[in-house]
Every structure is written in C-alpha cells, then in structure tokens.
Write a protein that binds this ligand. Structure first.
Ligand code: PMP
Length: 443
C-alpha cells in the first residue's frame, strides 16, 4: 500500500486517539493535510489536493477565508469569552437575528451549541420538554430512521440508524422506533435527482403510531437527505407525507440539516428546497464555514413561547453549554454569513447543479458502479461491495483518489461528494475525471 510520509512534520502519531478512524492502519500509513486555500488542501508531502468534500461537509465558502480569520482575531482581542448564562454579550443576539432571516417565518428562535451532535440532543430535549410543559407528558417517545446519522451523543445515537454506532449505547435511551430507510437500488438506481419511488415509505410512521399510540410520541427526526450514510435522497413527496402525518397526530417534526443546511442544495436550507417546514431544525458545520466549532437549533415561535412562558420566575429550560453562543464562534459565523450573502453562495448550487449532475452521471457504465445519486451540490456513487469485505472497495477508491490529488469521502461502499460551494465547473470535471480514472484500478 502506498502511503504518504510525515517527513516535513516529524510528528509522533501515537498519543492522539483519532475519531472514527482505524487508528492502527492509519498510523502505519498516514495521510496528513498541512495547509488549505480556496478549493485546495496541501498534503504533508507538498501535493495539492482538490477538496471534493468541503472538509467534512462544512467548508462551504472554501478554505482560508481571511475575512473570517480577521473577525476571529478581532473578537479574541475585543472579548475573548463571556458567559451566556444569566448574562450576555452582543454576538449571539446579533447572529440569531441574522440566522432566522434565512429560515421560514416562524422558525425564529435559536439555541446555540458547539456541534451537530449537541444540536441533535438539544433538539430532542426541547421536543420532550415542550410536550411535557403543554400537558402531554406521556409524549416521550422518539422516532428516527434506519441509516440515519444524528451524531454521537446518547440521543443522537438512539434515533440514529447505524448499527456500529448504536452498539453498546442505543438501549440506554429507550423509547425509540425507526422508520425504514428510503434507499432502494432495485427501483431507483441511477435516478437523477429525487427518486420517483418510495414516497409511501413515510406511511410506516402511521404503523408506528398505531403500535405505540400517538399520545406517546414526542417527535420524529430525519435528515432531509441522509448524508453520512451515503447521500440517500428523499423520494418525491416523502417529506411532505411525514409532515402531514405528524400534523394529523400532533407530533413534532425535526429536520437535521447539519449537512443540508447553508446552501448545499441551492437554497439556504433543505426546508426551502423541499417546501416542507419542520418544527425544529438542527445545524452546525457550514454555520461558521467549519472554521470554529458551532451548532444551533432553530425552534418555532410556539415551542419557544410554550417553554418560556410556563415558568413565572427563574430559569425556564435547564440546558446549555459553557460555550453556547461563544463570542469567537459568533464572530466567525457573522463573517461567514457576510461571505455567503455577498458571493451568493447559498444559491450558487442552483447554477452549478446541472453541470454537477451531468458530470457525476457521466460515470455510468464504469466498473463496479451500482448507483449514482445527486441533488444540488451533493452526490454519491455506490460501488458493488467485495463479498465479505464491506467498505473495502469504497476505502480503496478514497485512498487512490487522495493519491491522485482529489479528496472524496467513503461511507462504506458509497463515495460522497460535497465540495465547497465556490467550486468552478472545471474543478467539478477534475473530480469526476479522477474518479473515472481510478474506478478501473480497483480490486
Ligand atoms: N447530524 C448530521 C446529519 C450529521 O451529518 C452530523 C455530522 N456529519 C452530525 C449530526 C454530527 O455533527 P458533529 O460531528 O458536529 O457532532
């Protein structure tokens, strides 16, 4: 196996326990990034790597944005840290007001967190607290979906649908049912855009409601597009059907937009793209262009009012993080929003989507491919797994693309593409030309 040396860095790799990584294999054959600018990373051996994944689905405005760096620098010198418990500072107020303008009308309150995982667990707690406060205290159950990724905290693991993440932990958060996932290769393989088939899979929610009783269910959480498990798209009408069923049974609907938020589909959020409005929205990643950790939960007016008006005196909701609304994260986010707005990045995916779709679907017919999926500036190809070695072929493609100077993301045997929204058409072509060249080399 070829590997890249760490000669320029002379690092000892042992002490850092790497997250979601095969530590022993990685440390034998490391890949290190040492700089980034625009659409490109620089690897430790000096090579340029075209970023086909916006880092980890987060660097939507591209790398090395001076404006964000300068805002962070200024903020650190002006007010490095201030609590937001029973006191405040201007950052999160200003930021919340800017952010809610990007969402449909009454998703107009923001709870700040530091990550997607924290946003998910915060949203689940808000949903259950809301139900209890409005006198529906039996509504404590949650509904997630198979093949969902909602981060790694206890709530997110329980509503998530990935076996390896759930092992050991999911049963510690009881009271969760899962909808079936919407990925059907037999009926929908190689569909451009949203699949035609599968909208009725939303009706599985009716079955869960019949089994458990509507009066026991607090909320349903879904990613509008399941990103981390391989860009699984919602079939036509699916999200609207979920919304309708939730409305009929007075159940809250949460969209986890940690990946789909901040322009990935050519609208500020997926809620606008699909025309379906949830009750809560979780975000992170693109909120600061991935430059400083931050997440947020958007909440409808009625939920905020119910919770904050229930208590006459004192704290209404016993939840929050030391770094909720951290001044530096707020400064980074405000500078990021300035860039998104000035450069039209939240709608740029609309202009590039046709070229993007054409480019990824031009791979059709290449060896090993069993599916191609795309929407906005998001896409995946799925490879036939090697029998008995799930994920091995996907990882091999990732590794070879990295050697060829393109960063892609392997999710098992699906390969995801989600570039910075500043990408140029020629760079789109470079990503898929590299993948086309690598596919025939795979075992
Ligand atoms: N939800 C979704 C939909 C995600 O894609 C992710 C991360 N990829 C998370 C939650 C967790 O975010 P974080 O890693 O920032 O905790």
């Amino acid at each position: 196996m070829t590997s890249f040396t760490v000669e320029q860095t002379s690092l000892d790799l042992e002490a850092f326990w790497m997250p979601f990584t095969a530590n022993r294999q990685f440390k034998a054959h490391p890949r290190l990034l040492v700089a980034a600018e625009g659409m490109y990373y620089t690897a430790s051996d000096g090579r340029s790597i075209l970023d086909g994944t916006a880092g980890l689905w987060c660097v939507n405005a591209g790398h090395g944005r001076r404006e964000i760096a300068e805002a962070v620098h200024r903020q650190l010198l002006q007010l490095d840290f201030a609590p937001t418990f029973q006191m405040g500072h201007p950052g999160p107020f200003e930021l919340a007001e800017r952010l809610v303008k990007l969402l449909p009308a009454d998703l107009n309150h923001v709870f700040f967190t530091n990550s997607g995982s924290e946003s998910v667990d915060t949203a689940l707690k808000i949903a259950i607290a809301y139900q209890g406060i409005r006198g529906q205290s039996k509504r404590r159950r949650l509904v997630g979906r198979q093949r969902a990724y909602h981060g790694v905290n206890f709530g997110g693991v329980a509503v998530g649908g990935i076996g390896s993440n759930r092992q050991f932990f999911a049963d510690l958060t009881p009271g969760v049912d899962h909808l079936p996932h919407t990925h059907d290769l037999e009926k929908n393989a190689f569909t451009r855009g949203q699949p035609q088939w599968g909208g009725e899979l939303a009706d599985a929610l009716e079955q869960i409601i019949t089994n458990r009783g509507a009066e026991t269910i607090a909320a349903v959480i879904v990613e509008p597009i399941a990103g981390a498990t391989g860009v699984l798209l919602p079939p036509l009408h699916y999200l609207q059907r979920l919304r309708d069923i939730c409305d009929r049974h007075d159940i809250l609907l949460i969209f986890d937009e940690v990946i789909s938020g901040f322009g990935r589909l050519g609208t500020p959020f997926a809620t606008q793209y699909f025309g379906v409005i949830p009750d809560l929205v979780t975000v992170a990643k693109g909120i600061t262009n991935g430059n400083v950790p931050m997440g947020a939960v958007f909440v409808r007016q009625g939920i905020y009012d119910t919770i904050t008006q229930a208590t006459q005196n004192g704290i209404e909701f016993f939840h929050g993080y030391t770094y909720s609304g951290h001044p530096v994260a707020c400064a980074a986010s405000l500078a990021t929003l300035d860039i998104y707005e000035r450069e039209g990045l939240l709608t740029r995916a609309q202009q590039l989507a046709a070229h993007w779709e054409q480019a990824v679907h031009s791979l059709k017919g290449a060896p090993h491919l069993i599916d191609i999926r795309n929407l906005g500036l998001l896409a995946a190809i799925e490879l036939q797994p090697i029998p008995g070695q799930p994920g091995a072929r996907g990882f091999e493609l990732f590794r070879r693309c990295f050697e060829q100077g393109v960063l892609v993301r392997a999710a098992g045997d699906s390969i995801a593409f989600s570039p910075p929204l500043i990408i140029e058409p020629s760079q789109i072509d470079q990503i898929f030309a590299t993948v086309a060249a690598v596919l025939p080399q795979l075992a």
